[in-house]
Structures are given as C-alpha cells and as structure tokens.
Design a protein around this ligand. Sequence first.
Ligand code: ADP
Ligand code: MG
Length: 365
Amino acid sequence: MSSITACVRFRPLSSKERRDHGDSVCIQCIDSQTFLFKDEKEEEYTFGFDKVFYDNSDQAQVYEFLALPIVKDAVDAINGTIITYGQTGAGKTYSMEGPSILVHDEQKRGLVPRVVDGLFDCIKSSEGTMKYSIKLSMVEIYMEKVRDLFDLSKDNIQIKESKAQGIVLNGVTEISVLDAAEALQTLSSGIANRTVGETQMNMSSSRSHCIYIFTVQQELKKDDRWKTGKLILVDLAGSEKAEKTGAEGKVLEEAKTINKSLSALGNVINALTCGLPGKASHIPFRDSKLTRLLQDALGGNSRTALLCCCSPSPSNALESLSTLRFGMRAKHIKMSLHAKSNEDKCAKKDGSPSPSKNEACERIL
Ligand code: ADP
Ligand code: MG
C-alpha cells in the first residue's frame, strides 16, 4: 500500500530570528527521519517523517528524494503531485523555485527547474524508441477563483471532472515546449504574470496558491494513441492563522478565504484518514477550488509528496507545530496499491475520447 510521502524541511534561521533569539532553535535532530520539537511552553514532541531536511540540506537532496521518483513516473504516464505547505516565510517558494527559476547557480535551483531538466533528461534517454510531447499550464487560486497565468483574461477557470481525464481545468492555456530552456522561459512568464496580478489586485503572492502543471504525452507506436502523465507542483499560500496577521478589511477577507481552502484541505485529509473501514465516507473535495483541483492527487490516481516547510526558530514554534501536525495527518492517507499508468485511458491522437474507461484507484481506509 502506498501513502503520501511526507517530508519536512527546516530553513536556516533568518537574520531577524538570529537578532531576536540568537542561535536558539526549537528542534533537535535525531536522525534523517526523526527529530525532537520543543514548543513555546517547553513541551517536547518527537516527530517522524519519511525524510527530514535540516537547515544544511541542499536543493538537490530535496529534488532527488521528493521529486525524482515522481518525475520518472510521470514519463511513464503515472500522475504525480508535489505540494509545499507552511507559514509565509517558511521556505515554500525557495524550495519550489529557488531564488528564481532562471537562476544558474546549481546549488540554489529549486524543484521546478530541476523537474523541467529531469523530464527532458528522461525523455532524451528514451529518444529513438518513444516520441513524447510536453505541455505546460500555470494557474493561481486567489479568493476561490482560478486564474490562468499564461492568459490573464481567463480569470475564472472552471474545474471539471471527466471520466477519461479525471480533474481538468476547463479551457486552461496549454503551451507545448520543445526543450528545458523553452519550458523555463515559459514558466518564468507565468511567474511574471503573477506579479502583474498582484499589482492589479493589490495582493501578495503569499496569499494565493500557485500551481504548475506539466502534461507529458507519450506516443504509443502500436495503435496511434497517446498515454498521458500529469505532474502538478503546488506552492500553497501561507498557512498562518488569519487573526495572527492582525489583518483588517480586504486583507482579513483574503486571509479567511485562504484559511478556508487550507482547512478544506485539512478536512479532506481528515476524512481520508479517519473514515471507518468498509464505510464509504464523504470526502469533501468540493468544499474549495484547491481540494477539487487536488482531488486526483489526494484521493485517486497519483503519486503525491508533501514538503512541510518550517522555520527552526522558537519565535515561530506555534506555526511550525501546526504545520508538522498537518504533515503527520497527511502522512497517514493510504492510497491505492499503486498509482496506475494511464495507458488504458489514453485518447486517440485526433482528440477523440478513449473507448476504455479508467478506473480511478480506490482509496483504502
Ligand atoms: P514562503 O514561500 O514559504 O513564504 P520563501 O521561500 O519566500 O518563503 O522564503 C523566505 C526567505 O527565506 C527567503 O528570503 C528565502 O530565500 C529564504 N529561504 C527559505 N528557505 C531557504 C533555504 N532552505 N536556504 C536558504 N534560504 C532560504
Ligand atoms: Mg512563497
């Protein structure tokens, strides 16, 4: 039985945290999977995750453990999802993008540019025997609206479910890319559009969820059809409590909507982990756009990895504890025996739907 791969990453102390608390940290490393956590009341907890990345870990290690197996599977038409979770400033975007997705410094490159390289490397190694195509989409969820980051005029994309393709974003822009450099340029234009939206709507990117979608199509020589793997990377909005931000008016409204979608995510995770065996419990995927979009990732046919990003500082212990508890719950979601290859649901090259029905993997409680 497989489950979500749940990892934790502690970023280095920030200069402000060092100024306020010196070198003190609220964690003590036990090993690469276990650590001791001390909350603000000096209570101690032991946490165990699939992998813990301490402040000395590098971007390559995170990619190799968390993303590389999922990238290889996507090329074999197995869906994959990678999610970063945590309070604002905890290192979600740094882990996802690095300082910028176009940065050349090998040490600093984040998951997105490494995934791009990984996908094209895998494809290159099977060149000659297989033909592939890669398409990119990029959306942002802000105040319960899905915005197309490749076409800002599409500011309220609907999420639909189709038997053949699972969860789909209706009419979302898909851009075909031929190599890693073109993919990175394309994604960087999506990131730039995020900033345009921030100014237009007077919001901060930490208040929206950013979603990268890689569709990998593989041509099947035998019968003129494609099989498709979808790889989704999600940089979530900050998980901090609305009241803590001291926000008012529109900003408070924003914070509440974000908290609503992140608690919807928590509720889905609870329903997936706490349902009674043998009983078909209701999973509230439809309670938010985020959970609807992640329906396949959490409840169905996908390999999923969660990176819980935390500050190691005692000043952020409360939020870190909440992030770690979220991660522990997610770790206990049990999914299908194996996420399946989508070969049996491939569409004909002319776009007509596949005659074969995809059976979504059943969740095992
Ligand atoms: P978030 O996206 O969770 O709000 P960021 O990724 O923007 O947070 O990180 C906040 C700050 O911490 C940034 O200045 C970033 O460069 C720095 N940072 C985060 N993680 C690391 C890390 N692992 N190593 C070095 N700096 C980091
Ligand atoms: Mg961020």
